[in-house]
Design a protein around this ligand. Structure first.
Ligand code: ZN
Length: 111
């Protein structure tokens, strides 16, 4: 049970119109632009068949998918909540990794 869900009945994440959600959206937008720019540079410079190129492109595309998924969670009001344990993901973690799905403990358990 999180503070948010106890107070206003929200699913437990950031309320979609709150200041925290706006901040997260901003971070995700920046992150998205950075990845798209990196992808463009990569496709421009690299030999499209090398293993390194494919791995880097896949990693960037995977991150973009995570960013889009995080934006979806923001709209749904579930952003900021760990997918595994349901506890709030610390704001400091989301500041560094705005598309994080899980708290550090749950993420480490998956490795
Ligand atoms: Zn967790």
């Amino acid at each position: 049970m999180t503070v948010n869900s106890a107070v206003n009945g929200a699913p437990g994440g950031y309320p979609p119109d709150g200041a925290q959600a706006r901040r997260a959206r901003e971070l995700l937008r920046q992150e998205r632009q950075t990845r798209i720019a990196q992808l463009a540079v990569l496709e421009h410079e690299e030999d499209g068949t090398s293993e390194g190129f494919l791995a880097r492109r896949e990693s960037l595309q995977g991150t973009l998918e995570e960013i889009d998924a995080a934006l979806g969670r923001l709209d749904a009001g579930t952003y900021g909540m760990c997918e595994d344990c349901g506890e709030p993901v610390p704001a400091g973690r989301l500041e560094i990794l705005p598309y994080a799905r899980r708290c550090v403990q749950c993420q480490q358990r998956r490795r």
